[in-house]
Design a protein around this ligand. Structure first.
Ligand code: C2O
Ligand code: CU
Ligand code: CU
Length: 509
């Protein structure tokens, strides 16, 4: 597979796009160009393949009652496009990995084996855990080696995910197929009348865009300013997927596991559905809506009602990227396409009505914030610095609350993801955030020039030597250095900073 690293353009030729950029600039002057959009580069395909459901990983129980999972990353092959064999990477299989499903309070160990030809890592995105178990770029797993993090699940019911995080290489590792869903259950969620039978009325929906070359191989060579944008949508690794529904209500656990594309999900008939959870768990109450926009790394759980015998098509509308027309075009902002067809049986099992209340309102007390930090995203840098594994950017004190003001100074979209915890989005452009940003979040989309204020409480897991990451989750940007790292230290504890080496290293604070 080619790994050219350049800023290129999507399927229209470069000349077409440059022409369009000029048009876009002209249209901007007369007030927008949405209606002059060309057909999106994503090809609609017929729904002909049954949606693959990743298997649930089956843990062993160790002597002390801990659950032990085995994940092996390895090369594989898959026929995504009929008649063409694609070389892939997968976890315990050819493409993607099994779904981990674990109750809150459970001690787990995950043995991650690397049978790939190169170094990788495995990161538990959205998990609240010690930095040593996080699986970021400081926990490399060499080919042939294994890594076995262990921790106790210590967060509410949520849809998390896992994926590699090797420094500078995350995009291609995920693009080739290394990713999986990680579901956490708890008693509060289990007491609610929600669909929760995996693969029946509780469905993982891992959305990715790919580009296949004429030889059927994954083409990861062409980068737009936001990264790879594919022309073929896969859900759980299935192209043109349909799911046969047997119940009136279906819960979809939506995960944007794409490298750079933003999806604006709804149904093609415009029907309302119910948003029940975001990145880190349930909202306080169900939110009826007709759209859920997800940037790479973000999750949402929705419940949709089906009538017997009907078909409902999950569709991605043009995303709201908040950018100027030319940038919107090259960032996939004019693309609209179908994602998944739900086919309801001619008679459906009744589902109980959704509850009116889901969980306690998530509110981190801003009044107790001791520090305000500012993170400016521009180019492939945060606060004017590219990621340096040897430099600690921020040092946070355990058991404190902080305000992080994050601003995208570019004309391009970015996002901001923080490892190790769930934060609250306190304000977007100084105003109360919309319901989709009201719950526990670990990744937030950053339209250009819109300040986003986060409140973070560092409740657990001090480690004076091992940092957590924060970064743009557009993986092309992350790989190019749009990432930084923070330590969480106990009050009075001295950080164990990397030894100073000649060069441009600097230690903050
Ligand atoms: Cu989804 Cu730093 O990762
Ligand atoms: Cu993460
Ligand atoms: Cu970015």
């Amino acid at each position: 597979m080619r790994q050219r690293r350049h800023v290129g353009l999507p399927s229209p030729t470069r000349r077409e796009v440059l022409g369009f950029l000029a048009l876009g600039a002209a249209a901007l002057a007369v007030g927008g160009c949405d209606d002059m959009a060309p057909a999106g580069p994503v090809r609609n395909v017929a729904f002909k393949q049954r949606l693959g459901i990743p298997p649930l990983a089956q843990p062993r129980v160790d002597a002390s009652g801990g659950w032990v999972f085995d994940l092996t990353a390895r090369p594989g092959q898959r026929e995504f496009v009929p008649g063409k064999t694609t070389e892939t990477w997968g976890i315990n299989g050819d493409y993607l990995g099994p779904t981990l499903r674990v109750p809150r309070g459970q001690q787990i160990t995950i043995n991650v084996r690397n049978r790939l030809p190169e170094m990788t890592t495995m990161h538990w995105h959205g998990a609240h855990l010690p930095a040593a178990a996080d699986g970021g770029p400081h926990q490399p797993i060499e080919p042939g080696a294994a890594w076995s993090p262990t921790w106790q699940i210590n967060q509410p019911a949520a849809t998390l995910w896992y994926h590699p995080h090797p420094h500078g290489n995350s995009e291609m590792h995920i693009y080739r197929g290394l990713a999986g869903m990680f579901i956490i259950d708890d008693e509060e969620e289990a007491a609610l009348p929600l669909p929760r039978t995996y693969g029946v009325d509780d469905i993982p929906v891992i959305i990715q865009d790919k580009r296949f070359g004429p030889d059927g191989q994954l083409d990861g060579s062409d980068h737009t300013p936001v990264g790879l944008l594919g022309d073929t949508i896969l859900v759980n690794g299935t192209a043109g997927p349909f799911f046969t529904a047997t119940t009136e209500l279906i819960r979809l656990r939506l995960l944007n596991a794409s490298t750079g594309r933003v999806y604006n999900l709804g149904f093609s008939d415009g029907r309302l559905f119910t948003l029940i959870a975001t990145d880190g768990g349930l909202l306080s109450r169900p939110q009826p809506t007709d759209r859920v926009q997800l940037a790479p790394g973000e999750r949402a759980e929705i419940v949709v009602r089906l009538a017997a015998g009907e078909k409902a098509i999950l569709h991605s509308y043009r995303p709201e990227l908040g950018t100027i027309p030319g940038i919107r075009y090259v960032s996939g902002g004019l693309d609209a396409f179908d994602v998944l067809e739900l086919r309801a049986r001619s008679s459906l099992q009744p589902s109980p009505a959704l509850p009116r209340r889901l969980a306690d309102r998530f509110a981190v007390d801003a009044g107790s914030a001791v520090v305000t930090r500012t993170f400016l995203l521009a180019g492939h840098e945060i606060n004017g610095k590219q990621m340096d594994l040897e430099r600690i950017d921020e040092i946070v004190t355990l058991k404190t609350t902080e305000i992080w003001d994050v601003i995208n100074l570019d004309a391009l979209p970015h996002s901001f993801h923080v490892h190790g915890l769930q934060f609250q989005v306190a304000a977007v452009d100084g105003a109360q955030p919309p319901p989709i940003l009201s719950g526990r979040k670990d990744t937030v989309f950053l339209p250009p020039h819109v300040p986003v204020r986060l409140i973070l409480h560092f409740a657990d897991y001090a480690d004076p030597a091992r940092p957590f990451m924060y970064h743009c989750h557009m993986l092309f940007h992350e790989d190019h250095g749009m990432m930084g790292q923070f330590l969480v230290v106990a009050p009075g504890q001295q950080p164990d900073l990397p030894a100073d080496v000649p060069g441009d290293h600097e230690h903050h604070h």
